[in-house]
Design a protein around this ligand. Sequence first.
Ligand code: ZN
Length: 423
Amino acid sequence: MMLPSFLKNLIPNFKIIDLKEWKTKGRIDIYLEKKKNSPENTCCRCGSKLHGSRGKHRLMLEHMPIFNFKVYLHLWREKGHCKTCNKARSETFDFIADETPHLTKEYSWWLGKLCEMSAVKKVSELTGVDNMTLHRLDFSRLKKLVQHYKIPDLKRISVDEVYGRSKKYHAKESRDKQFFTVICDLDSRRVVWVTESRDKKALDEFFNILGKERCEKIEVVAMDQHDPYRASVRDNCKNADVVWDRFHLVQSFENALNEERKDLHSDAPKGSDLKYSACGTFRFLFLKKAKDRTKSEAKHIEQVAKENKLFFYLELIKEKFIHIFNERNEMDALWELSELEEWIMSCQFENLKKWFKHFMDNWNTIKNYFVHRVTSSLSEGQNNSIKALKRRGFGYRNMAYFKLKILQVCGFLNCRYVGINDY
Ligand SMILES: [Zn+2]
């Protein structure tokens, strides 16, 4: 029989003796036989030599499809006596998938690759492999990959929480437990680890896995203002600076600013223009950066500022604060802040006063931004991917699976970083 060359070395040490093609069934059956001079059989459990023959059994494996035909390999698997195990054992076949005895390794790796890109259900529709089988295959493949996974050396990381599940496991479970803590490497821009819950213990767990020595190499940890995380970093990484995300800081400022606008609006005399022009659709205008406003918007603000001096000051304070993060260093920023304080004090803005006090109380953390200039925006971006992943699978019931899936899609647990032979 003339065989195409790609079929000749389908499986090492085996030769094809027959090939049947079923056009109506859409399948090809390939019958294989062991070559005469192949190496001796070894035990599939311990790898030592097998003695004598204890019979054999038939094996049918699904392999990579050829064109539109499903391919099945038929061969015999021999048994022999293993002296180490003191038992009859089957011979080693390293081309069988570890996850299931019905697929070849190559085919199961290819299916796993598809599961990285798309929802398991869609892969099942495409390939005709059963949905549950695929799910099990994907899960056990990930579990195996994570055993060999080593968290890379880290210097600058960002930490954030992601909402994982809405269902509570028991009635008294705290809300924190429904979140994941996601740790990203700011240099490789990948997720390096995921732990359940968002309390201090969750981050402690990560630092424990990392080990004391490697924790000390971490220089920067970017995060939002979530106190348990800060406490954990303080306890575990003595050389790390915490950097708060500037967007969250601006957000808290904007909240205070908005409160101020509301107060000014309610103080305005009845029937005046301000009652109309400082609220409703215009309320977001006051938070917008001056350079982002359109011409008519700028005119509107100008009008309001003319009418009421305090709105003018509010506008000045906002512009000043936004520019503080562009200052070259901590000293310049502090100088600007002292000026800002003067303005707030002289205008008697109560909400902003409160906000400013809180801001300065945390200055020791905030000033780190001017040294490292990192934000947790990467985490926020990864959050988006995680949300998309969740929607793709219509939510995950199995949290361990979901965790691994995050590492697969946003991290290193995929075939871009791991090859078929090194897992
Ligand atoms: Zn053995």
